[in-house]
Design a protein around this ligand. Sequence first.
Ligand SMILES: Nc1ncnc2c1ncn2[C@@H]1O[C@H](COP(=O)(O)OP(=O)(O)OP(=O)(O)O)[C@@H](O)[C@H]1O
Ligand SMILES: [Mg+2]
Length: 320
Amino acid sequence: MLEVLNLSLSVSIQGNRVDAVSGVSLALEAGRVLGLVGESGCGKSLTAQAILRLGEFQGVAKSSGDILIDGESLFTMSDERLRRTRGGRIAMIFQEPMTALNPVFSIGSQIIEVIRLHLDMDKQQARQRAIDLLLDVGMQDAEQILKQYPDSLSGGMRQRVLIAMAMAADPDYIIADEPTTALDVSVQKRIIALLLNLQKKRGLGLLLVTHDFGLVAEMCDDVAVMYAGQIVESGPVKEIFDHPAHPYTRALMGCRPEVSETGGALAVIAGQVPPPGQWPCGCHFAPRCSGADELCSATVAADVWRDHSHIARCVHVGSK
Ligand SMILES: Nc1ncnc2c1ncn2[C@@H]1O[C@H](COP(=O)(O)OP(=O)(O)OP(=O)(O)O)[C@@H](O)[C@H]1O
Ligand SMILES: [Mg+2]
């Protein structure tokens, strides 16, 4: 199990350190897909990157909390163990495949490098594994692809290569940060189907970061809804879809094209997500919430348990 426990992360804005993620808890189990959903700027990528301790390179620091993989803290493990964990036990698939691939090396040499970094294989064995991985992600002419360079592939093909690379060391968990937003809609569907297929076949725990609630409905077992640095609601997808409790979740669900009253055009929630350092007192969503009253801006809502797994953070949950 991969657990994020009460994690807060700070960033530096105009010389001040402010929290950009506040008290986030998530649990990702093997064989399950957890969606992390919210509008742009809510802190989804910061949270996802923290799971690999990647944000630290960009000045992001942990202010409190912990991240545990099978009970072991990522923050106290040795550098060598962290290096083996990254890619070996937890792999990441990024939004923009071109930035994650090196343009000056062939696809083959990049996949083989990842394999040999994590698995005890000679060059020939690693090459064969690279071919198998490319076949696994639906690239039939795998031998040919090995010789090619990233810029000779389409966006969808590059994303398949990145998925193959993420699978290279047989990880237990995959963190996919908006893995398809840079792609055409038809390609998106195929990549998502591929990812789900691999997740099921290998029994992976998959954290899928997205701003698309429709995708959550299609793909995920569980969902965590994030707003302005906090998880405002979480639980099994079916439960949340049938009984969304937090006004922000309901608003996001109303933005799905199939339910939008604007006839297909994407509805939006009026106003904007406040950036770190400008979060309001009390409930972060209150200024944009049609049901908000004085209590909302005066109180920091505690988590309310709707049932054993469904949590919502709204002072009016249960009373409205
Ligand atoms: N290294 C950084 N230094 C300062 N501020 C940062 C840093 N990284 C992120 N932020 C800020 O933290 C907030 C959350 O960023 P994050 O990238 O996690 O959002 P997100 O939910 O992934 O959004 P998107 O859907 O656009 O990818 C944003 O306001 C962003 O500007
Ligand atoms: Mg992001």
